[in-house]
Design a protein around this ligand. Structure first.
Ligand code: NAD
Length: 421
């Protein structure tokens, strides 16, 4: 009998053999891609567990389909299902234009307090890439998902709210740096210690669990000292306080250097964990973006703020084949809530053409299966996708960039992955 996934007492997920998992097909190219992906998930689970495990998929509505059928973009019943069943998966959703809800994805993240946006960046051999050695790119991005300038606290110039805030800043806070107050819009950038710590804690724990060499805190603390600079400092403090014995920080290294005059070799600091410890280091965001191109092998887990994380996620995804193949998840590790999703949009021009790449949703499913502890099924799919790309049997986005490849439709790509599981 199908059951709910629940969070156990010790903060560990309890996943039954027949879990109910809600899904949103998505708008635009979503339905084509979902139909292909779900066949891959079911086939891999069957192959891995011979029928002893099976997902019961529960269709829920959001986006255009929901609006047409119910008059609401994000029906309450959908939000409730996402809350009740803990784990869910979705295709891309149209962002409604004008008034009301800003973005359905943002609404979901806020309602479920999904504070980690997790984006693994992994290269599949043969994928067309602008990099010289794309195989050196292997990173996992932990992007803070609930704070920063993205919190949506902003006021348009000319409104009473903007005027009130500007007057307060200039008169009561003696702020003199607003260059053109008459035509200034204002946005607020809240960065908290709790918010930064829970994100960085998840990133370090992930690095430890997966035996990865380093966590890099990416920030613009040189300019924004009390928000992004504080993020970095809180990160280092947390690492030394909560993970002593398991990590080695750049700040510890600096102290050791000063105290003993002896330095751990810089190279060693950069790439390999010292005595099995995870290295905690930091990088300023602009420098990180060039280092990620010049020396991607120096970086493994990345912990960063919301806006930096948005840019970095897509930039790194482009290094290994672009958004057609980049999976993602939004997670609250405390409650267990997790929404796995395609990172691309609805590409409306290609709706119902059965031509687009389903890999982003397929690999989001891999992340979901890993999160559920169904590692064998996850591994089968990863291998299946890898072999399908290596064989040059691909959809139009890769076909256009490959030599001597075979062009497949979305559904045919799924057939091929299933054959190669
Ligand atoms: P988009 O990602 O939909 O499309 C940009 C281009 O990327 C497409 O024209 C196509 O060439 C390519 N592309 C996208 N997905 C692909 C795939 N699976 N395979 C191959 N190529 C692919 O971005 P957009 O045009 O800026 O946005 C369209 C709509 O999607 C908007 O309403 C936007 O708000 C929404 N959106 C939703 C999400 C989400 O739900 N997670 C994310 C981004 C954008």
């Amino acid at each position: 009998m199908a059951e709910k996934i629940i969070m156990g007492k010790e903060g560990k997920l309890q996943v039954p053999n027949n879990p109910i998992i809600p899904f949103i097909e998505g708008d635009g190219i979503g339905p084509d891609i979902w139909k292909a992906s779900v066949r891959v998930f079911d086939a891999a689970i069957k192959k891995a567990y011979g029928g002893s495990k099976e997902i019961e998929w529960l269709k829920v509505l959001a986006g255009e389909e929901a609006f047409i059928k119910t008059g609401e973009w994000m029906p309450l019943a959908t939000m409730q299902a996402f809350k009740d069943y803990l784990i869910s998966i979705k295709g891309p959703l149209t962002t409604p234009v004008g008034g009301g809800i800003r973005s359905l994805n943002v609404a979901l993240r806020q309602e479920l307090d999904l504070y980690v946006c997790l984006r693994p960046i992994k290269y599949f051999e043969g994928t067309p890439s602008p990099m010289w050695q794309p195989e050196k790119v292997n990173m996992t991005i932990f992007r803070e998902n609930t704070e920063d300038i993205y919190a949506g606290i902003e006021f348009m110039t000319g409104t009473p709210e903007a005027k009130k805030l500007l007057t307060f800043l200039m008169k009561e806070m003696d702020v003199k740096k607003i260059r053109f107050p008459e035509t200034t819009s204002i946005g607020i950038k809240p960065i908290s210690k709790e918010g930064s710590e829970r994100l960085i804690r998840a990133a370090i724990q992930f690095a430890i669990n997966h035996k990865l060499p380093s966590v890099t805190l990416v920030h613009k603390g040189n300019i924004m000292k009390y928000t992004e600079g504080a993020f970095k400092n809180w990160g280092y403090e947390l690492a030394e306080r909560e993970f002593a014995g398991e990590v080695y920080t750049w700040q510890q290294w600096e102290r050791t250097k000063k105290e003993s005059g002896e330095a751990v070799a810089n190279e060693e600091m950069k790439i390999s964990a010292i005595g099995g410890k995870v290295i905690i280091k930091d990088a300023i965001a602009d420098n990180f973006l060039q280092q990620a191109l010049l020396a991607p092998q120096d970086y493994s887990v990345i912990a960063t703020l919301n806006l930096n994380g948005d840019y970095i996620s897509d930039a790194l995804a482009a290094q290994v084949g672009g958004i057609g193949i980049a999976p993602g998840a939004n997670i609250n590790y405390k409650t267990g809530h997790a929404v796995f999703e395609a990172t691309h949009g609805t590409a409306p021009r290609f709706a119902n053409t059965n031509t687009m790449n389903p890999s982003s949703v397929i690999l989001s499913g891999v992340m979901m299966l890993e999160y559920m502890g169904w590692r064998d099924a996850a591994e089968l799919i990863t291998n299946g996708v890898a072999k399908t790309i290596r064989n040059k049997t691909v959809t139009i986005d890769f076909y256009n960039l490959m030599k001597a490849a075979t062009l497949l439709k979305t559904s045919e790509f799924a057939d091929e992955v299933i054959k190669n599981l």
